[in-house]
Design a protein around this ligand. Structure first.
Ligand code: DX5
Ligand code: ZN
Length: 223
């Protein structure tokens, strides 16, 4: 099954409640929440208080993508705010495995993300441990960029490794995903698509999601 995760980063911030409802009605599975600190990435977005506010208005799964330094310091606040899954960046911490284990101890689903320059080998030890692995398809920090196709090779390697181990791994791709390139993502082995601009900047998010699901059906993982 394909999971679609609209990224709130591209929403109209003056009307978040109806923006989220619009995505829920269009058939979204997750709400992707991009937290940026102006330190790990050169941009600042929003934090736990905003997430807690919007939590009251939707039942979507909250997929919190922490693009922050020292994620462990803030993770309790995001759990309290209503995160269902928390993903931190491999590049943001000294010891990714220790950080992962510390987050898992809090009994929350945990994912690990890698930026385009980080090789996929970095996250292979997390196959079988992480609830999800996020492969960035743009440099983290800003919405509205174009997908870097070379990042999809990492998705393919990861899916092969998960299949080899017999593990049902969530592989999420994030950055520049559209209805037109969704097929490249799904045939590489991604099963969770994040999309900001492609979903929030259209009047017809339902059609875009339907096209993405069709792509996943027609172009499944090809090994
Ligand atoms: C980038 C964020 C993405 C981004 C996706 O740092 O992690 O989630 O908002 O937005 P689009 O789909 O516009 O690239
Ligand atoms: Zn993201």
């Amino acid at each position: 099954m394909l999971y679609i995760a609209p990224s709130l980063l591209a929403a109209d911030y003056s009307d978040l409640k109806s923006e989220i409802t619009r995505m829920e009605d269009a058939g979204a599975n997750y709400l992707h929440l991009d937290v940026m600190d102006g330190h790990f990435v050169p941009n600042i977005s929003f934090g736990a208080d905003l997430i807690a506010s919007v939590r009251r208005h939707t039942n979507l799964i909250f997929d919190v993508h922490l693009m922050i330094s020292d994620p462990l310091k803030y993770v309790d606040r995001f759990i309290k705010a209503g995160a269902d899954i928390i993903t931190f960046h491999y590049e943001a911490v000294e010891d990714p495995m220790a950080t992962f284990q510390a987050i898992k101890q809090k009994e929350i689903a945990c994912g690990i993300a890698i930026s385009p320059k980080t090789p996929v080998e970095a996250v292979l030890p997390f196959v079988g441990l992480a609830d999800m692995i996020l492969i960035m398809t743009v440099e983290p920090g800003f919405g509205g960029q174009s997908l870097m196709p070379e990042c999809l090779d990492k998705v393919r390697i990861l899916r092969r490794e998960a299949n080899r181990k017999g593990i049902k791994l969530g592989i999420e791709v994030d950055g520049g995903i559209t209805a037109d390139n969704a097929a490249y993502c799904t045939e590489a082995g991604a099963n969770i698509l994040v999309a900001g601009s492609a979903l929030f900047k259209t009047k017809r998010p339902r059609s875009v999601m339907q096209a993405m699901r069709e792509a996943a059906r027609e172009r499944p993982f090809i090994g």
